[in-house]
Design a protein around this ligand. Sequence first.
Ligand SMILES: [Cu+2]
Length: 150
Amino acid sequence: MKTKKELKYGGLLMLALVAILAVSLVLSTGVMAYFIDGDGEILPPQGEVENGEEIREVEVELNDHEFAPNEIIVDAGEEVNFIVENSGSNFHTFTVYNPDEDQEYALAGAGIKPGDEEVVTAEIPEENQELLLVCYFHEEEGMVGTITVQ
Ligand SMILES: [Cu+2]
């Protein structure tokens, strides 16, 4: 038969195990998404939110064959207007995918002729995750990027 003391320590051990389990669950899911710069810092979202407006504007240039910038950071659940300018000499697409969704359906996107500029509006998902940015035509040439939702 266990003494009172043994029972007490048994309970504490159980609590500690539950706490460790909870912490590792959290670490393995959402939290890692914050550590995107490798130093454990949360980076500010890019672009501007105009006074009194809810919509962030992020400028992106399409070159032959890359997005500039190709690593974009936004806030979860916000609406973003990507101001996309094709500075290259080829036709490019600015296509945003949610890797959790069916790849046939882009979250947002546009095809843009050389010299043209278009506003591509995207409703950013609520979950922390990484969205994919691709040009349909030059994905294999490395015209890809990420939109980190934090
Ligand atoms: Cu392209």
